[in-house]
Design a protein around this ligand. Structure first.
Ligand code: G1P
Ligand code: ZN
Length: 555
């Protein structure tokens, strides 16, 4: 049978394929993430997708949003999911053309078209290509990542699955806009950018940002890292806002992201960092990750930490039309610096501290308790969707810069003078033996409480515990979300294991120190945190247990 054209209705046969459970399909911090080769094992993807449907109710004849970041295996996975969806009675699929949709765009579409959920194919900032990573994430009807109750139900299904249902049909043409059918299921291939760009136009003052670009005195460089945001950035920044054509670089999504990690931080986005450090550097630099939910913000020769970025956005939200009526509250993940807490106190609005992972913001956003939220891992977002949103953060910054007519550095330094500076860094020990890493954490769980009242150099420990979170909306309790050591002068060390890796284990150590005095806000960040870093290594006995003398990645 040949590829299918638009509007062609065809009847095909449902097959029930017997299968056996895979034991390792428990979703992590952000969906099920594995090596591509694992997803290529026959039935692996199919089992997981059928497990999603088995765990749900009420999706028959309803709408599902589907798309991914375009990485290797994206197109193959889309075909399988369409056929499984049709065989399971999904009414309609909204599919990004070419199988492309950024994570925030999926969230936007689920909400706009009242879909029951969305399936996003991405391993976010992890490398792509045949040797790289792949992932499947299920988002629920509020547009956000499935909460733990849902991911656990999917996992439980995956452990008991014996068969899956799939249409025995030729591949669908996913590259032409328009509607077609796979038996009774409608497939609408849509422009992946249009609805998202429309939402951005509602939130931000596009005229003011256009004027900033038109003034000729402001230049920007946006690095899409050969990942999903290229088409979005070309459309929004260049076509709608009139930025010159060379503003967006690496704008073509590639199967392997050009062989690099599509991770917007000082290490992996080094080309952008280099371009922003010259004398003739642009005024504003930004980058996004594989699936478009992360962002990095740079000024000329100036890096804004994600924690500071969240605080600056909150403090300046009144200059942005979509947020000018005020913020109901703000939230950050526990390891994120407490810079935004100070802004919240100043604005007399509540602030919340959640476990790592965007899913914990969902209830707070749905209940209207918060408007802005963010994580230290280059994630920032708001109640406009239920995912973090890279381009949204970039536009928020552009809107503030156009309203305040000051540079990124001036704005951030003024913020520090007003609120104090939170020196902040994350030290990662990647590729550790899993058991070794788990032992480091288990030993800390035993010993950490005893640190209270002790001194770490000049810092006195006032709180040391294993962080747990009681959701104020549904009262669910989430435990063991990181070990934290908090000092009286607001210095802080946090330890946790990554939940997104695909090889061995990654230990993350988060370091933070507060400086109120403007004359001491200009230190080198790593130097300012050196004593805490050394103490963190010593307390966890990193070298003795892991053989590592220094972290493998510092952000
Ligand atoms: C990492 C980040 C976390 C983020 C997640 C998904 O998770 O630390 O903030 O929500 O990626 O982008 P981790 O690997 O630490 O579990
Ligand atoms: Zn991502």
């Amino acid at each position: 049978m040949s590829a299918n054209g638009p509007s062609l209705l065809r009847t095909v046969a449902v097959k029930t394929i017997s299968t056996r459970p895979f034991e390792d399909q428990r979703p992590g911090t952000s969906g099920l993430r594995k090596k591509v080769s694992e997803f290529q094992v026959p039935h692996y993807l199919e089992n997981f997708v059928q497990s999603i449907f088995n765990s749900l109710e009420g999706f028959r004849d309803a709408t599902l949003v589907l798309g991914g970041d375009g990485r290797f295996h994206n197109r193959e996975a889309i075909q399988s999911i369409l056929k499984i969806g049709a065989a399971n009675g999904v009414g309609r699929v909204l599919l990004g053309r070419g199988g492309i949709l950024s994570t925030p765009a999926v969230s936007c579409l689920i909400r706009k078209y009242s879909a029951f959920g969305g399936i996003i194919l991405s391993a976010s900032h992890n490398p792509g290509g045949p040797e790289g990573d792949f992932g499947v994430k299920f988002n629920v009807s509020n547009g956000g990542p499935a909460p733990e109750s849902v991911t656990e139900a999917i996992y439980a299904q995956s452990r008991n699955i014996r068969s899956y249902r799939i249409f025995d049909a030729a591949d669908v043409d996913i590259d032409q806009l328009g509607c077609m059918h796979l038996d009774r299921m409608a497939i609408e291939v849509i422009n992946p950018v249009a609805d998202y760009a429309g939402l951005m136009e509602k939130l931000f003052d596009f005229d003011a940002i256009s004027e900033l670009f038109a003034s000729g005195s402001f230049r920007m460089r946006y690095d899409a890292m050969h990942a999903v945001t290229g088409p979005y950035a070309h459309e929004i920044l260049e076509r709608r806002l009139g930025a010159p054509a060379e503003t967006v670089v690496n704008g073509e999504p590639l199967l392997d992201f050009g062989g690099k990690s599509p991770d917007p931080n000082l290490v992996y986005a080094h080309d952008l960092v280099a371009a922003m450090s010259g004398r003739e550097a642009p005024d504003f630099g930004a980058a996004s990750d594989g699936d478009g939910d992360r962002n990095m913000i740079l000024g000329r020769r100036f890096f804004v930490t994600p924690s500071d970025s969240l605080a600056v956005l909150a403090a300046n939200a009144r200059f942005v039309s979509g947020y000018s009526e005020g913020l109901s509250g703000v939230a950050r993940s526990m390891p994120t610096s407490r810079a935004v807490d100070r802004v919240a106190a100043h604005l007399h609005i509540p602030h919340y501290e959640t476990p790592t992972g965007w899913k914990y913001f969902g209830n707070l956003l749905d209940a209207g308790k918060i408007t802005l939220c963010g994580e230290e891992s280059f994630g920032t977002g708001s109640d406009h969707v239920r995912e973090k949103d890279g381009l949204w953060a970039v536009l928020f910054w552009l809107n503030i810069l156009s309203a305040r007519r000051s540079s990124v550095e001036q704005l951030t330094r003024a913020h520090w003078r007003e609120y104090g500076r939170h020196y902040y860094s994350r030290h990662d020990y990647e590729g550790l033996d899993k058991e070794v890493a788990e032992r480091v954490i288990a030993d800390l769980q035993e010993s950490i409480a005893a640190l209270k009242g002790q001194r770490i150099g000049t810092h006195e420990v006032t709180l040391s515990d294993d962080f747990s979170y009681l959701d104020p909306v549904d009262r669910s309790l989430t435990e063991h979300q990181g070990l934290r050591i908090v000092c009286s002068d607001e210095a802080r060390i946090v330890y946790r294991l990554s939940g997104t890796g695909t090889e061995g284990a990654t230990l993350r150590i988060y370091l933070e120190r507060y400086e109120r005095d403007p004359s001491r806000q200009d230190l080198d960040c790593q130097a300012a945190l050196a004593d805490l870093a050394a103490a963190a290594r010593q307390i966890a006995r990193i070298e003795e247990k892991t053989g590592r003398r220094r972290p493998s990645l510092i952000t």
